[in-house]
Write a protein that binds this ligand. Structure first.
Ligand SMILES: NC(=O)c1ccc[n+]([C@@H]2O[C@H](COP(=O)([O-])OP(=O)(O)OC[C@H]3O[C@@H](n4cnc5c(N)ncnc54)[C@H](OP(=O)(O)O)[C@@H]3O)[C@@H](O)[C@H]2O)c1
Length: 254
């Protein structure tokens, strides 16, 4: 049995808790957070506390707080033994320097509060400072997820950068597309099959192979028309920059 204390009450803390709750060889012994209201989510199932300094004894302390607060929360914890890990894609393992046994347990997925994610499909990126701690962290990761990877802090930072491109930026483009539909009273649902196919295609093609559209074809008249339809300066700039990047990728000048 692996005992866990979770520090943080946000999206990742909730998803981890829900996943661990149904995992036979893992027991969450405590959830710690600074908001009583947010701790109420966990209270029916597990001991909760607002005092980060003295968590209950656990094998692993998972710090799932905002990136900027990781080091501060880590410095507050007073423990004699146990592995302290954070869940950030960007922060170095060294943010936990206050402790002897440290690591990273980064679930590479986009978690929102009201959307369930099948945790078993989420790749878990692991890092430890001392090799002897890897076995325990791998055991925890394998008990909830199929795929685990050992990455160092520099590699994880680049992976997170790539994730921002494929998830955050793509989603922002969906948002801008939805705005255009709403302005013209067109249903966004019309675009849903296209969005799904864009992602499904990546099962059989590389992103390079999958690209289509006016910038790849160098259809200047279409691009000029689209730019004339856009009224917002930022939207125009995004359209221009992405079209240029696509065009450059296929060795054509716009
Ligand atoms: N969301 C994702 O998709 C995702 C995916 C993988 C990894 N991560 C990483 O997981 C970690 C948590 O992300 P999240 O999405 O769960 O964030 P979140 O939903 O915004 O929750 C942040 C948590 O941090 C707490 N917190 C913030 N500042 C604090 C401080 N100074 N002292 C104590 N607690 C503090 C918040 O408490 P209050 O509610 O009281 O403010 C809240 O419990 C981050 O390192 C993030 O990079 C996130």
């Amino acid at each position: 049995m692996i005992s866990i204390a979770i520090l943080g009450t946000g999206n990742v803390a909730k998803h981890l808790f829900s996943s661990f709750k149904t995992t036979p060889n893992v027991k969450v012994v405590q959830v710690l957070g600074r908001s009583s209201e947010k701790l109420n989510f966990f209270k029916p199932y597990v001991s909760v506390s607002k005092d980060f300094t003295v968590p209950k004894k656990a094998d692993i302390y998972i710090i799932a707080v905002s990136d900027d607060a990781i080091e501060k929360v880590s410095n507050q914890i007073q423990i004699n033994q146990g592995l302290v890990v954070h869940t950030s894609g960007t922060r170095s393992i060294d943010a936990l320097h206050h402790h002897a046994n440290i690591g990273v347990f980064y679930p590479l997925q986009s978690f929102s509060s009201d959307k369930k994610v099948p945790f078993s499909e989420v790749p878990i990126c692991l890092e430890v400072k001392q090799d002897k701690d890897l076995l325990l962290l791998e055991k925890l990761a394998h008990s909830v997820a199929k795929n685990t990877f050992v990455l160092n802090s520099a590699q994880r930072q680049y992976l997170h950068l790539a994730a921002v491109f494929v998830n955050n930026f793509t989603n922002h483009l969906f948002y801008l597309g939805k705005n255009i539909c709403e302005d013209q009273e067109l249903p966004f649902e019309l675009l849903q099959p296209l969005i799904k196919e864009t992602v499904l295609k990546l099962d059989t093609k590389t992103p390079y192979q999958a690209q289509t559209g006016p910038a790849k074809r160098k259809d200047i008249q279409t691009i000029t028309k689209h730019l004339s339809l856009l009224t917002d300066a930022n939207d125009k700039a995004i359209y221009k920059l992405l079209s240029q990047s696509i065009s450059d990728t296929y060795g054509k000048k716009l």
